[in-house]
Structures are given as structure tokens and as C-alpha cells.
Design a protein around this ligand. Structure first.
Ligand SMILES: Nc1ncnc2c1ncn2[C@@H]1O[C@H](COP(=O)(O)OP(=O)(O)OP(=O)(O)O)[C@@H](O)[C@H]1O
Ligand SMILES: [Mg+2]
Length: 385
């Protein structure tokens, strides 16, 4: 009988530059965040009041994507939880991601459930849910007042979707302290005056990381996640420099480093070299564009297909020509000429195409020229997947 080799044994023996790849996963929460000590201390200085049985002041954190807002807030929560076990206080911290709980009702129901109340996810009136929530703060078995610290991550999504009712409810409930996290500084335009007056929050801004800071962040993570001596010296500085260009985003920097290591493994290389970083950058971009295109509605994909066809024929893409090409692809199932240009605008916002208005000379008016902004092969693959 032929001896078949176990595929897992074969793959396992191939070796890897990683010691523990999990540590580079975006969901992994490190216990220490370089260059966020100051921000963590600021949060702790407000929250320490809870240890004296005083409800802490509300906090609002702003910052661009990947600047460590969520990670810092979660570390602060964990550390407060840890210390409050040894103190004579009753503190609860709850984390709510407002992309998962998008209305006041969903958040309050979730909080009730987390705090041990038997509230159904649907079926109760707003009044019933609010009563159940307020009730938590009246009675408790320990004879002590509970202090609740709620982290509302990506709060701008909830405010846009459901208005400021949640903030009204929370700010008007004694013993509740809010930490809101937002990507946009302007999110407060969604808050009305009646809530503004009761939200006496301290604001904090998380600045983007500079290249040197990203080097420190990546080095600390790489120490445990890669095997010794596998990373060439210039890999981390190069990843950091690229990420610093993209608005100081630590998530991107970590993604780049992890993908670089994966490419080294795929190429069965014992060392991670700078050339893999360039390849990793292309792969991430490729995946990102593919994700966007795949999730577009069918009509919009057809517009892109038309743009791709014309680009491959090296034709100058003007409105009329685009519509003709689109109609041909749609074979009778097409939307109006006007609608197409809404699509074109949306595709431009997504960065997949750009438009440029040019003048055709006296009396001939102006016309829009559309240019594809992503690689034709990437687009072709995405549209056919
Ligand atoms: N100073 C740091 N040290 C180590 N890792 C960090 C640091 N800052 C951020 N990270 C890591 O980078 C990733 C992104 O951080 P985080 O999720 O906190 O960003 P964010 O500001 O909440 O971004 P977003 O606005 O997109 O939600 C996480 O995996 C986090 O662990
Ligand atoms: Mg976040």
C-alpha cells in the first residue's frame, strides 16, 4: 500500500518566520501600548474618582482610524476592573460598539442584559426598557451604589442613525459615566442643546502616529510574534514609513508587517526582507479594492465593467460613450442616463475612478473625462469573482 503523507505534517514542517502570529492579529489587545501612556493616564485620572464612589466625568475621544482609541479605552477598562476587585466599591464597565447596537433602545437593552436584568431584545416599550434600566441603579444586593462606566465606541454612527436620545438618557441617569469614541470631530453637530448642557465632557484627541512611533509599536509586537533573527533590520522602519504616510495608522502598519511575514512563509524564505513589504502593500491594496468592488450593487458593477472595457481599448471615456458601453453590457436591463452619473460620483468617492472636466474650446462647452484609478487586472479579477 502506498504511504500517503499527511498534508498537515507536510505543511507544519515547512517552517515559518512567525513564533506566534496571533499577536499581530488586529483583535489582539496588547497589555502595553507604546506612545499612548499619556492618554491612558488621562483617562485613569478621571476614572479614579469611581474608586472614591464618585461618578467620573464624561470623556470624549477623537482621532483618525488606527490611532489606538479602542485599544486604549479597553486597557483602561480592564485595569479599572482589576483594581476595583480589591476595593470597597461597586463599579461596572461596559463596552458597546455602536456599529453593533445602532439605536438607543438596542444599547439600553444590551446594558440591562449585561447587568443581569431579564429584558427581552424586542417587544417592550421604550418606557418599560428605560424603567428597567433606571431600576438597576436603585436597588442592589450589596447595599452600595453601582457606578456604571459605558464606553460608546464609534458613537457617530449611532448619533447619525438614531439621534441623541441615548446620550440624553445616559446623562440623566445618576451614577453613569460615558466615554464616547468618534472618528469625526464634528460628531457633536448631531447633539442637541438639551443634551449638550448635561454632557459635561472632557475632550481628548489621539494624534496620528509618526514614523518613529510606529517603529516602536511594531518592534514591540514583532519581538514576540516573529522568531528571532528572521526580520531584516530595515523591514520595520520601512513598514512604519509607509504606514506613517497613510495617516499614522497602527492597524495598517500591523497588517503590513503580518502580510509581509506571510509572504516570506509562502515563498519559503527563512528571513523577511524589504522586497516582501512592497509585495504586501500591493496585496493589501488589491484585497481592499476587491472587497469594495465585490460589495457594489450589480448596476454599479456594470458601470465599472463599461469603464474597464473602454480603458482596455484605450479610449477617452466621456459620458455619452460610457452610457453606450454600459447599455451594451446591460442588454436591456439598464438604468437612466442620469442615474449612471450618480454611480460615477459614488465610484469617485470610493477612489476607484477620477473625473476631470475639460473645456473643448470656444462654443463646444465642457465635458467630463473619466479615468480608472485602480489596476485593470485587479478590477477584472474583482468583477469576475
Ligand atoms: N500604541 C500602540 N501600540 C501597540 N498597538 C497599537 C497601538 N495603537 C494601536 N495599536 C493596535 O492597532 C490596531 C488599531 O488600534 P485601535 O483599534 O485602537 O484604533 P482606533 O483608533 O480605535 O481605530 P478606528 O477609529 O478605526 O476604530 C489595534 O490592533 C491595536 O492593538
Ligand atoms: Mg476603534
Amino acid at each position: 500500500m502506498e504511504d500517503t503523507e499527511n498534508i498537515f505534517v507536510k505543511l507544519k514542517d515547512r517552517g515559518s518566520v512567525f513564533e506566534n502570529k496571533q499577536l499581530l492579529d488586529p483583535r489582539f489587545l496588547p497589555s502595553h501600548l507604546p506612545h499612548r501612556e499619556e492618554q491612558l493616564t488621562s483617562i485613569a485620572k478621571y476614572w479614579i474618582e469611581a474608586l472614591n464612589n464618585v461618578t467620573p466625568t464624561d470623556i470624549t475621544i477623537y482621532g483618525k482610524t488606527g490611532t489606538g482609541k479602542t485599544a486604549t479605552a479597553k486597557i483602561a477598562m480592564n485595569q479599572l476592573k482589576e483594581i476595583s476587585l480589591n476595593e470597597d466599591v461597586f463599579i461596572r464597565t461596559e463596552y458597546i460598539r455602536c456599529t453593533d447596537y445602532t439605536t438607543e433602545n438596542q444599547v439600553i437593552v444590551r446594558l440591562c442584559q449585561q447587568l443581569g436584568r431579564d429584558v427581552p431584545s424586542r417587544g417592550w416599550t421604550r418606557g418599560e426598557v428605560l424603567n428597567a434600566f433606571r431600576d438597576i441603579f436603585k436597588k442592589n444586593a450589596f447595599g452600595k451604589n453601582m457606578i456604571l462606566i459605558v464606553v460608546l465606541d464609534e458613537i457617530d454612527i449611532l448619533l447619525k442613525n438614531d439621534g441623541d436620545g441615548l446620550l440624553f438618557t445616559l446623562t440623566r441617569t445618576d451614577n453613569v459615566s460615558i466615554l464616547s469614541i468618534s472618528n469625526h470631530v464634528e460628531f457633536k453637530k448631531y447633539i442637541g442643546t438639551r443634551v449638550k448642557s448635561s454632557l459635561r465632557d472632557k475632550e481628548m484627541v489621539f494624534p496620528p502616529y509618526g514614523a518613529q512611533q510606529l517603529i516602536d509599536i511594531l518592534s514591540e509586537r514583532a519581538k514576540l510574534s516573529f522568531k528571532e533573527d528572521t526580520l531584516e533590520d530595515d523591514v520595520i522602519p520601512y513598514c512604519a514609513a509607509l504606514a506613517a504616510k497613510i495617516e499614522g495608522d497602527a492597524r495598517y502598519a500591523l497588517d503590513l508587517l503580518r502580510t509581509t511575514g506571510e509572504l516570506a512563509d509562502e515563498n519559503q524564505s527563512d528571513t523577511v526582507t524589504v522586497s516582501f513589504v512592497d509585495e504586501a502593500k500591493d496585496r493589501i491594496e488589491h484585497d481592499k479594492i476587491t472587497d469594495v468592488i465585490v460589495s457594489l450593487p450589480a448596476q454599479q458593477q456594470r458601470v465599472l465593467e463599461a469603464i474597464l472595457k473602454l480603458t482596455q481599448k484605450k479610449e477617452e471615456i466621456i459620458s455619452g460613450k460610457l452610457y453606450d458601453a454600459y447599455e451594451e453590457i446591460s442588454r436591456g436591463d439598464s438604468v437612466s442616463y442620469r442615474r449612471i452619473f450618480d454611480f460615477v460620483n459614488e465610484l469617485e468617492t470610493l477612489g476607484i475612478i477620477s473625473t476631470n472636466t475639460v473645456s473643448r474650446g470656444r462654443g463646444k462647452g465642457r465635458t467630463n473625462i473619466i479615468t480608472l484609478q485602480c489596476d485593470t487586472n485587479v478590477l477584472k479579477d474583482a468583477l469576475s469573482s
